[in-house]
Design a protein around this ligand. Structure first.
Ligand SMILES: Nc1nc2c(ncn2[C@@H]2O[C@H](COP(=O)(O)OP(=O)(O)OP(=O)(O)O)[C@@H](O)[C@H]2O)c(=O)[nH]1
Length: 333
């Protein structure tokens, strides 16, 4: 075989490979006119190389991110450097349907794209090549893993019965709030809430009714929070709330409104109406409080005092130099 024939064969093979390879290949000139459009691009766009040759890319695909892509291509042409577009940066450049059986759930083909400067025989950069890789399988696996991790993280921080933050997560919020106080003197109040005579509710109506009561309180509590507040289920029938930027007066206003809402509502269970009340203890950050555990135990002491005072009331823990005062606010039932 002559040298010329051999070279012709190689060229033929190369053209064959370019046409059949499972990667998109596009060559554009400096005016973004399409000079090469391989089989992959034809199969996924439905446009044949003959139909698209010499046409301007952005006129043929008006959905392309014109200015963003032009900027990328201009820098490739000018700097004579390759550029890379990852699916994580932009899920796709060409919106192609996804036909893969395994990742059939993806609506479109995720793509990685390499932009390559092409030199003419004189060495001048005159064209640019786009290499499009179908990375749908990788992208979907990664996205599924990410979603599963987020779900796991959510589960590990959430109480299953109430969907409120669990004790550990709430405690992290509380400690962050205490740090803000220690560093910037940002005021905040901590509220401990406990359902009154809950054992009796369980004993008279059953454990499932008890669960429903807990969910009901969590719902009312959630409704009364501001976005910056953080409420969590602290234990069985006990809830804890951090009220950011809230002084003792504001915290008292919050607990009394919540307490009243709870006392006024009824929990419906199997045709019966269950009446529930709660007791609340408040501790507001101030000079006497030197640790988050101190803050928490002050609220706990106030809650204990509220129970002692007959339940269905709020008690605010007073500063060190004053005695813990039972600030009962409402007649008990
Ligand atoms: N249904 C239900 N009951 C729970 C749950 N967690 C704790 N309990 C019950 O809550 C009850 C709490 O009772 P106690 O600690 O005696 O308090 P209490 O009856 O609410 O009385 P006071 O707090 O003094 O008003 C216990 O019977 C626990 O079994 C839960 O998730 N669901």
């Amino acid at each position: 075989m002559s040298h010329d024939q051999s070279a012709m064969n190689e060229l033929h093979w190369l053209i064959d490979m370019v046409q059949t390879i499972e990667v998109g290949l596009v060559v554009l000139d400096e005016q973004y006119r399409i000079k090469l459009w391989n089989g992959f691009m034809e199969n996924h766009s439905g446009v044949s190389p003959n139909a698209i040759k010499d046409k301007e890319l952005f006129e043929q695909f008006p959905d392309l991110p014109v200015s963003w892509l032009k900027q990328k291509m201009e820098s490739v042409l000018m700097l004579k450097n390759r550029a890379f577009i990852s699916w994580e940066q932009r899920p796709y450049v060409f919106k192609f349907k996804n036909y893969r059986p395994i990742t059939g759930r993806a609506d479109f083909m995720y793509q990685n794209v390499t932009l390559l400067p092409l030199a003419s025989l004189t060495g001048k950069i005159t064209h640019i090549s786009l290499i499009i890789y179908d990375v749908t399988d990788i992208a979907i696996n990664k996205l599924q893993l990410k979603a599963a991790n987020e779900q796991l993280q959510h589960l590990s921080r959430t109480d299953g019965l109430t969907q409120l933050p669990n004790r550990r997560h709430w405690q992290e919020c509380m400690e962050r709030e205490f740090d803000r106080f220690a560093r910037y003197s940002d005021i905040a109040s901590l509220v401990m809430l406990d359902i009154d005579n809950f054992k009796q509710i369980n004993d008279s109506h059953g454990h499932q009714a008890g669960d429903k009561v807990i969910q009901h309180i969590a719902h009312l509590l959630n409704q009364s929070l501001r976005e910056t507040d953080c409420a969590g289920r602290y234990g069985g029938e006990e809830f804890a709330i951090v009220l950011s930027r809230t002084d003792a007066h504001g915290a008292h206003h919050f607990t009394e409104r919540l307490r009243q809402n709870i006392a006024d509502a009824r929990v419906l269970y199997k045709g019966k109406q269950i009446k529930v009340t709660v007791s609340l203890g408040i501790s507001t950050l101030g000079p006497g409080i030197d640790s988050s555990s101190n803050w928490l135990s002050n609220a706990d002491t106030a809650l204990y005092q509220a129970k002692q005072n007959g339940r269905n009331c709020t008690v605010a823990h007073e500063a060190e130099d004053k005695r813990t005062e039972a600030a009962a606010t409402e007649p008990r039932t």
